[in-house]
Ligand binder design. Structure first.
Ligand code: SF4
Length: 695
């Protein structure tokens, strides 16, 4: 029997059909053309995803460590869960509830994210929960909330892209990160629209653009202000829209006027004629969009940078109009839903704030607890990782981690690894022995995508049902099972509040989200199946909302708010010792920390390891030939990988992908400087020197 389901990886959540394999192994992937987001197209990651189901690296029984120096050894589930409960309880009883941390992932289903947040706050009583989605798009979320009163990655369906007149794609490379989405941009250009790509590298996406702007890393904010300056100078603002639908224009106008074109050229390296061309392409058509991704977001000023791009959209009257506006291309599979339902340090289900008394009362009533017992907001992801094992009352002594691999994916990763090693107790639930799981005292082998049913919310805010297609291997349990087992041990009276059936969890999530910004109360599994996805908000008895803000924004006065922000330099500037910019990103054949994709032979053959992409001028300066090992050195550490020399990158910048551990782990080098609002680290820019590695 075939089963319609979705890919385990990125936020496009491509539909696919799985069919039993003739040889009884992992299922075959068939095209699912009826799902209109990808119409059957898959990238290599999705096509090969079943290989992870029966990978030789798959964990099929719990592993425990008898003492910190002992190797991991197989154990029974009851023994492993007893040890996790004891490890968490020891920290809680000895040092207080906030001595226990919980770290989730943007790949967890909505049900798991919801249950994990509830488990942290109701069973453990800790405020110390966050997730790796903080590294993914929190700056866009913060900027979107500030401007529009609500954050949904794309406030319109992807299908609107070919119907607009111009798309400015800022720091996004869908040709490598989500290739099936590229067709929307191809259709845009076929129908007469234009594509502008902003990226310091001439990526495969930039190659398809009508105009490629290649600013210095860390200067996207100045670029947006420079474009807005020209919009004002050329009289292209939509004054009626600004008056009717926005607030804060004078500050935004003043910020832009302080960024005249020649100054912006000096800051960004983008020539003035290109700035003028971009303004013409963006302003001439009736409809236009700006879409951002990690490029402008992963900065210590990411929220303001996205805010400046939103200001450009608002000044030209784009958001809340048909086929127009601002959107963010979310990265992780459930980056959107993951933060809507309670695993983010400051949020409760339904995109409610933990600091809002009414929100606390509503969710506490659903959970059957006194609102006063709910902890307040905790630390953000990097701050939580940085506090692991720290001595004193603020240290986190024990950690439960699900669906994340921060040893590879966190900034300043060698330090994070050392913090993880200094914990009194670490438990990791994963499908393979990731680099982080290898440090744990207890490893819990859990089911993965096609082995269990659950919902995810894609980059469009469309809630999807990922159906179970195969049985998990014997010895493996679901994450919801794990939370139930731990609740039974740590707070037996609360255990019935942790069902293991995903649909039961979703029913409670619907009630908890009712009336919130991300209202899922009108969404059911049956409705998702019938409609092939349901856009939130969708209140009980209401209709889904594919296009938001057409009448009003979700702010108290219904108006969008200009950010009115100023450019500032990166947290770390280049100097004589570290004269080159480093920027990081993904490649086509690997996904995030690579825990899954590095176990797939076809993907590993296509992308076997890290590399340092550098311009021929820089290569000549440092004496590197193609393939030579070169070291990229920052104030935090050193990563070594073969040189890949190309004119497709600025001569002052090197690029490294971040999917690998070991000597080529670029996150050893990256800067954990945080955005003051989103608390997102500055993955996208830091100062380095490049030198022959001689090894
Ligand atoms: Fe999976 Fe994303 Fe590739 Fe689609 S684009 S197949 S969702 S990894």
């Amino acid at each position: 029997m075939t089963v319609d389901t979705h890919c385990p990886y990125c936020s496009l959540q491509c539909g696919m059909t799985l069919a039993p394999a003739a040889d009884g192994g992992a299922p075959d992937v068939l095209e699912r053309t009826a799902f209109d987001v990808n119409r059957g197209a898959l990238c290599g990651k999705g096509r090969t995803a079943p290989a992870v189901l029966d990978s030789a690296a798959r964990l099929t029984h719990p592993l425990v460590r008898d003492d910190p120096a002992a190797p991991l050894r197989p154990a029974t589930w009851p023994d492993a869960l007893d040890r996790v409960a004891a490890g968490l309880a020891r920290a809680r009883d000895g040092h207080g509830a906030d001595a226990v941390g919980v770290f989730g992932g943007g790949g967890l289903t909505n049900e798991k994210a919801y249950a994990l947040g509830k488990f942290a706050r109701v069973v453990l009583g800790t405020s110390q929960i966050d997730y790796n989605g903080r590294f993914c798009m929190s700056s866009a979320a913060a900027a979107g909330s500030r401007a529009f009163g609500l954050d949904r990655g794309l406030p319109f369906p992807l299908a609107d892209i070919p119907r607009t007149g111009c798309v400015v794609l800022v720091g996004a490379n869908p040709a490598e990160t989500m290739p099936p989405a590229l067709r929307y941009f191809t259709e845009l250009r076929r129908s007469g629209g234009t594509l502008i790509v902003v990226d310091p590298r001439r990526t495969r996406t930039a190659e398809q653009a009508d105009l490629h702007l290649a600013p210095r890393p860390g200067t996207d904010l100045a670029l947006a202000l420079g474009l807005l300056h020209l919009v004002i100078a050329e009289g292209r603002t939509d004054d009626a829209y600004i008056a009717a639908r926005t607030t804060g224009w004078p500050a935004a106008r003043a910020a832009a006027m302080a960024h005249w074109p020649e100054l912006v050229e000096r800051i960004t390296g983008v020539p003035v004629p290109q700035l003028r061309e971009a303004v013409a392409l963006f302003c001439d058509p009736e409809a236009a969009m700006v879409l951002t991704a990690r490029g402008p977001e992963q900065h210590a000023k990411g929220t303001d940078t996205v805010g400046a791009w939103i200001d450009l959209c608002l000044a030209t009257g784009r958001p809340g109009r048909p086929y127009s506006g601002y959107g963010c291309l979310t990265g992780q599979g459930n980056g959107q839903g993951g933060r809507e339902h309670g695993q983010k340090a400051d949020q409760l289900p339904g995109y409610r704030l933990l600091t809002d008394p009414a929100a606390r009362a509503h969710v506490a009533a659903v959970w059957g607890v006194d609102p006063g017992t709910l902890p307040g907001p905790g630390r953000s992801a990097y701050e939580l990782l940085d506090a692991l094992g720290a001595p004193g009352p603020d240290g986190v002594r024990a950690l439960l981690l699900m669906g994340s691999n921060p040893v590879v994916s966190a900034p300043r990763a060698a330090h994070v690894e050392q913090r993880l090693r200094s914990l009194d107790f670490l438990a990791v639930a994963d499908v393979v022995l990731s680099e982080t799981a290898a440090l744990a005292d207890v490893v819990l082998p859990v089911a993965q995508w096609a082995e269990e049913t659950g919902t995810l919310t894609n980059l469009e805010g469309r809630v999807l049902l990922r159906r179970r297609a195969v049985d998990p291997p014997p010895g493996v349990r679901g994450d919801l099972d794990v939370l139930r087992g731990l609740a039974e041990r740590l707070a037996p009276a609360r255990a019935p509040g942790f069902p293991v059936a995903a649909e039961e969890v979703f029913a409670e999530l619907r009630r908890a989200s009712a009336g919130g910004k991300a209202d899922y109360s009108g969404i059911t599994y049956a409705r998702i199946e019938a409609e092939d996805g349901v856009f939130w908000p969708c209140p009980e008895g209401g209709e889904p909302v594919p296009r938001m803000f057409l009448d009003r924004f979700a702010t108290p006065d219904g108006r969008a708010r200009f950010a009115g922000v100023q450019h500032r330099p990166a947290a770390e500037e280049t100097d004589a010792e570290y004269p080159v910019w480093l920027t990081t990103g993904r490649v086509l054949a690997q996904y995030q920390s690579g825990a899954q994709t590095r176990r797939v032979g076809e993907l590993t053959a296509a992308a076997p390891g890290p590399y340092v992409q550098l311009h021929p001028e820089l290569a000549a300066r440092v004496g590197a030939a193609e393939g030579d090992p070169v070291a990229v050195v920052s104030r935090r550490g050193r990563a070594v990988a073969p040189a890949r020399i190309t004119a497709a990158i600025r001569a002052d910048t090197v690029f490294m992908p971040f999917h690998w551990p070991g000597a080529g782990r670029v996150n050893t080098v990256t800067n954990p400087a945080l955005d003051p609002v989103s608390r997102m680290p500055e993955f996208k820019v830091c100062a380095v020197r490049v030198e022959p590695a001689g090894e």
